[in-house]
Design a protein around this ligand. Structure first.
Ligand code: PHE
Length: 354
């Protein structure tokens, strides 16, 4: 028995893999193995001999079984160590670069403006960018041959000879959305309408396509005082501080009386800064909606009145984020977009600070 123990414990300790171990198990403690053969011999022994040999054989069997189990576990650990060495992963390596786009300043500012006016109870309305001249001009009290049509540097859609559909234009302002919204919803109404507008004009502060947000509030007793309060609230929320504004008496065919609003700024050192210097940048036109306009949109001016305004979104973006040249907004230069763009995860909210 000592010989058996010696033989198997050494062989088990030396077994190189699980297959060798299994062969040893069969050979030692399997049904036809050495230990089982010895056990069968117990029957031929005297009772006294059996009392000594029986427990010894059982102990040997247990010993071999635990040696097998221990070696199996050790082989498993070694295999795992080997695998971990092969599959080693350096988690300190820098990750692969991935390209992330940015939110354009115009989109960012449109969201900010919408959030502020939404907080004051304005809903967002939309209209087409290709408009009939009736919505863009006539309904807004700008009849044919009115000088305002010439002043607006309008883009007209090409027409075939003999086409007698009404002439269409690229809308020169968001004001036609006033007409569409009033015709759809009637009064009272409180909307803003952000979107693209087009005029043939090109310099540091003008591009042939730009963005406006129209505002319209019609009710029974809305006045110029409400207009001024709403705009001042808006500027304070938008710039996060009180900014100097200049309300100038003006003229628009679709409002009476009318006011244009400028914001104090400086252009020193190639950047535009709001709230300092002695330059002014015109950012909006506004006024009390003309009775002719209300009537064109099917609203009785003896019962209803209110204000409208049109703000230049791109100009607000230039002022708030210090962007000096409007033309660069639409060049699609990736360096510019990465520099002035916003992270998609920085969603503007009133509570988070716009
Ligand atoms: N539509 C005018 C413009 O584009 C702005 C404006 C809107 C003025 C509403 C008064 C009222 O210049």
């Amino acid at each position: 028995m000592d010989h058996l123990r010696e033989k198997y414990l050494t062989a088990i300790a030396d077994a190189a893999d699980e297959a060798a171990l299994e062969a040893l198990r069969v050979q030692a403690v399997g049904k036809k193995g050495d230990v089982s053969a010895r056990m069968r011999e117990l029957g031929k022994m005297t009772a006294e001999e059996r009392q000594v040999a029986g427990p010894k054989l059982n102990a040997l069997k247990d010993e071999i079984n635990s040696a097998l189990a221990a070696r199996k576990a050790a082989l498993g650990d070694a295999a795992l160590d080997e695998r971990l060495k092969g599959e080693w992963l350096d988690v300190t390596l820098p990750s692969r670069a991935h390209q992330v786009g940015t939110i354009h300043p115009v989109s960012q500012v449109t969201e900010e403006v919408s959030a502020i006016f939404a907080d004051m109870g304005f809903a967002v309305a939309e209209g087409p960018q290709i408009e009939s001249d009736w919505y863009n001009f006539d309904a807004l009290n700008i009849p044919d041959h009115h000088p305002a049509r010439g002043e607006m540097d309008t883009f007209y859609m090409a027409r075939e000879e003999g086409d007698n559909r009404p002439p269409h234009v690229l809308r020169t302002h968001t004001s036609p959305v006033q007409i569409r919204s009033m015709m759809d919803q009637g009064a009272p109404i409180r909307i803003i309408a952000p979107g693209r507008v087009y005029r043939a004009d090109y310099d540091q502060t003008h591009t042939p396509m730009f963005h406006q947000v129209e505002g319209l509030a019609i009710d029974r007793d809305i006045s110029m005082a409400n207009l001024k309060w709403v705009l001042e609230q808006f500027f304070t929320a938008f710039f996060g501080t009180e900014v100097k504004t200049r309300f100038r008496a003006s003229h628009f065919p679709f409002t009476e009386p009318s006011a244009e609003v400028d914001i104090q700024c400086s252009w020193e050192g190639g950047t535009v800064k709001v709230g300092e210097g002695d330059d002014w940048l015109e950012v909006l036109g506004s006024g009390m909606v003309h009775p002719h306009v209300l009537r064109s949109a099917g609203i009785d001016p003896d019962e209803w009145q209110g204000f409208a305004f049109g703000i230049g979104i791109d100009r607000l973006a230039m002022l708030k984020y210090g962007i000096p040249d409007l033309r660069a907004f639409f060049d699609s230069d990736l360096r510019w977009l990465r520099h002035y763009g916003f992270s998609a995860l920085e969603v503007p909210t009133l509570h988070g600070g716009v």
